[in-house]
Design a protein around this ligand. Structure first.
Ligand code: SAM
Ligand code: SF4
Ligand code: SF4
Length: 326
C-alpha cells in the first residue's frame, strides 16, 4: 500500500516513445519533428528486461498490464513480448491508435493479448486529419477495429479525448457509429500532461458538458473500485464512459504505475521524475533487490496531482504522455 492506502494493481508499460501519428495535443509536429531525439536502441528495455520487470511487479500484486507508448505497434515483434507476458498470471491489454492492427492483430491474439483499446477522436476524416496530423485515415482505424474484433481482441473500447473547438461535434457521431455493437466509447477530458501541448483549462470540455451533449444517460454501477470511467447507458442502450480526470479527479482510487520504455518507474502521470529500474537490472541486481526498490518507492507514494491541480504551479519539466505511456 502507498501512503494513501492504495495498492499497486495496474501497470502500464510503454514499449516505445515513437509514434506514427502527431496528435496535436500529444506529439505536436513542431516539437516532435524529424530531428527530435527519440530514445536510442540501447536505451530502451529489451523484451527480456520488460518481462523480468513485469514478473517482479506481478509478484508484488499487479493483476493487469497494459502495453502502450508512443504507438506500441511500432515496436518490432511485439507479439514476442506478449507471448512472454502471457505465461504470467496477469491480464494483458494494449492501447493503440489502431492503424497497424490489420497487420498485427492475429499474431498478438495468438500470443495471448486479451484486449485492445483503440484511440479515435473523430469520425469525420477532415477533423481526424487535423487532429492526428499524419496522413492516416479514420477508415484505417476502423479497419484496425474490425481486425481486432475478428481475432477475439474484444470487447473493444474506444478512447476519445474531447478538446474544445476541435472535436466536440464528433461526440454524437462517434456514439452513433458504434451503436449496437459490443464496443464502449469513453470520452476523456483533455489533461495537462507534459508541457508541449499548450494546455489551457478553457480547452477542456468537461464531462458535465459531454453528458449534456449526449442527453439521457442512465448510470451503470462500476465493477471495480479502480475503474477510471464512470459508465452510462444511452437511451439507445449503448455503453458510454466518461473519464473525468480534470473536473472530478479519481486519485483516491489510483492503483496504477507506469514504466517508460527506458525502464523508469512513475507513480503518477504528472511526475517529473521516474525511478530508474533499468540500471539495477543491467548491473545485475536480483529480483528480490529490485522488488524491494519498487516496494519502497510505492510505499512512499503520495501522488494526487489531479486533486490538487489548482493549487499547484505547473512544473516546467513535466514528462510527456508519449514518453510515460498514456
Ligand atoms: N498511441 C497510442 C494511442 O494513441 O492509443 C497509445 C499511447 S497514447 C499516449 C494513450 C492515450 O492517451 C490516447 O488515448 C490519447 O488520446 C491519450 N492522451 C494523450 N494526451 C492526452 C491528454 N493531454 N489528455 C488526455 N488524454 C491524452
Ligand atoms: Fe501517438 Fe497516441 Fe500520442 Fe496520438 S495520442 S500522438 S497516437 S501516442
Ligand atoms: Fe493517479 Fe496521478 Fe492521475 Fe491522480 S493524477 S489519478 S495519482 S496518475
Amino acid at each position: 500500500m502507498d501512503k494513501l492506502n492504495r495498492p499497486l494493481i495496474d501497470l502500464r508499460i510503454s514499449v516505445t516513445d515513437k509514434c506514427n501519428f502527431r496528435c496535436t495535443y500529444c506529439m505536436p509536429r513542431e516539437v516532435f519533428g524529424n530531428d527530435f531525439p527519440f530514445m536510442g536502441r540501447d536505451e530502451i528495455m529489451t523484451f527480456e528486461e520488460i518481462d523480468r520487470l513485469a514478473g517482479i511487479f506481478v509478484s508484488l500484486g499487479v493483476e493487469k498490464i497494459r502495453l502502450t507508448g508512443g504507438e506500441p505497434l511500432l515496436r518490432r515483434n511485439l507479439h514476442n513480448l506478449v507471448s512472454m507476458l502471457a505465461l504470467r498470471d496477469v491480464e494483458i491489454a494494449m492501447t493503440t491508435n489502431g492503424v497497424l492492427l490489420p497487420r498485427y492483430a492475429p499474431a498478438l491474439s495468438a500470443a495471448g493479448l486479451n484486449r485492445v483499446t483503440v484511440s479515435l477522436d473523430a469520425i469525420d476524416e477532415a477533423t481526424f486529419a487535423k487532429i492526428t496530423d499524419s496522413g492516416h485515415t479514420v477508415a484505417s482505424v476502423m479497419a484496425g477495429i474490425e481486425a481486432a474484433e475478428s481475432v477475439g481482441l474484444g470487447p473493444i473500447k474506444i478512447n476519445t479525448v474531447v478538446k474544445r473547438n476541435s472535436n466536440e461535434e464528433e461526440v454524437l457521431d462517434l456514439i452513433e457509429r458504434f451503436s449496437n455493437r459490443d464496443i464502449a466509447i469513453r470520452f476523456i477530458e483533455y489533461m495537462d500532461v507534459g508541457s508541449t501541448n499548450g494546455w489551457s483549462l478553457e480547452d477542456v470540455v468537461s464531462a458535465e458538458e459531454i453528458r449534456q451533449l449526449i442527453g439521457e444517460l442512465k448510470p451503470i454501477p462500476s465493477v471495480k473500485k479502480s475503474d477510471v470511467a464512470k459508465r452510462y447507458e444511452t437511451a439507445q442502450g449503448d455503453e458510454v464512459g466518461l473519464i473525468t480526470s480534470v473536473t472530478e479527479p479519481f486519485c483516491g482510487n489510483c492503483t496504477r504505475a507506469r514504466i517508460s520504455a527506458d525502464g523508469r518507474f512513475y507513480t503518477c502521470l504528472f511526475s517529473s521524475r521516474g525511478l530508474d529500474l533499468l540500471s539495477p537490472i543491467r548491473m545485475g541486481s536480483s529480483d528480490e533487490e529490485i522488488a524491494s526498490i519498487i516496494r519502497s518507492h510505492w510505499q512512499e507514494r503520495e501522488d494526487r496531482y489531479s486533486e490538487i491541480r489548482s493549487e499547484m504551479s505547473k512544473p516546467s519539466d513535466r514528462i510527456e504522455m508519449s514518453y510515460i505511456g498514456g
